[in-house]
Unconditional design. Structure first.
Length: 252
């Protein structure tokens, strides 16, 4: 039996989208990388070129040297602020709008912390790993959006005098309970699950497509490279989400 070509795969994905009454979409670093956001381990400028993320993205590193850690994240905020949503982001926002207008359920789950999905128009994505733009006081727990770049001091301080830390999930920390629960519910109850631009090696996000498949959902992967879940997916397409999603959403 011949292997389906990309055009056939995209047509089948369009058909699955039209049939599904509920969809869950998981996005990973590859989606943001197409906007110029360096992946967590690939940034090679400034402090990000000098330090291993495994050494600084931890509660222990912040306790040891909060100035260095917040300067490090301030550089990443600066890089992200210069990036714009790409066609893949906009295609997902339109997909959500069309699904919801038709009374269908759409859940966008993202591992990305840059909020480019929101900038493109996506509503209420589930942020599994938090975001660079919300900073939390380590003393009183107050959380607020911080858009000033750079911070006037490192670490930034709360009105109570406590240090503020980025609202991202560090190594050794658990994912936000509410976000993880929402992602799990979406995977368990969807008719179609799409994994986009993710290496599918970071748990527990990598297990979401398996959860969906176990309940009978159709599964789709779009990624530049083959991943551990490629063989599991009903359709696995090699390519950039910014190129392929618009072909599915705008041209099908």
């Amino acid at each position: 039996m011949s292997t389906p070509n990309r055009k056939e795969q995209l047509k089948t994905i369009d058909q699955l989208l039209r049939k599904a009454s509920s969809i869950a979409v998981l996005t990973g670093a590859g989606v943001s990388a197409e906007s110029g956001v360096p992946t967590f381990r690939d940034a090679q400028t400034g402090l990000w070129a000098r330090y291993d993320p495994m050494e600084l993205a931890t509660p222990e590193a912040f306790a040891r040297d909060p100035t260095l850690v917040t300067r490090w994240y301030d550089e990443r905020r600066s890089r992200c602020a210069k990036c714009e949503p790409n066609p893949g982001h906009f295609a997902l926002a339109r997909m959500q709008a069309e699904f919801e207008a038709a009374g269908k359920r759409f859940t966008l789950i993202t591992q990305n912390v840059d909020r480019l999905h929101q900038q493109a128009g996506s509503r209420d994505p589930v942020e599994l790993h938090g975001t660079l733009w919300l900073w939390r006081c380590t003393s009183c727990g107050e959380e607020r959006e911080e858009r000033q770049i750079p911070f006037p001091e490192h670490p930034p301080r709360c009105s109570c005098g406590g240090y503020r830390r980025p609202g991202v999930v560090w190594f050794g920390e658990s994912l936000p309970e509410a976000a993880l629960a929402a992602a799990w519910r979406a995977a368990e109850s969807c008719e179609l699950f799409m994994s986009l631009g993710t290496s599918s090696v970071v748990e527990p996000a990598a297990s979401l497509i398996r959860v969906a498949a176990s309940t009978g959902a159709k599964t789709v992967e779009i990624n530049l490279d083959e991943t551990p879940i490629s063989a599991l997916a009903d359709i696995s397409v090699r390519g950039r989400t910014g190129e392929l999603l618009p072909q599915i959403i705008f041209e099908a």
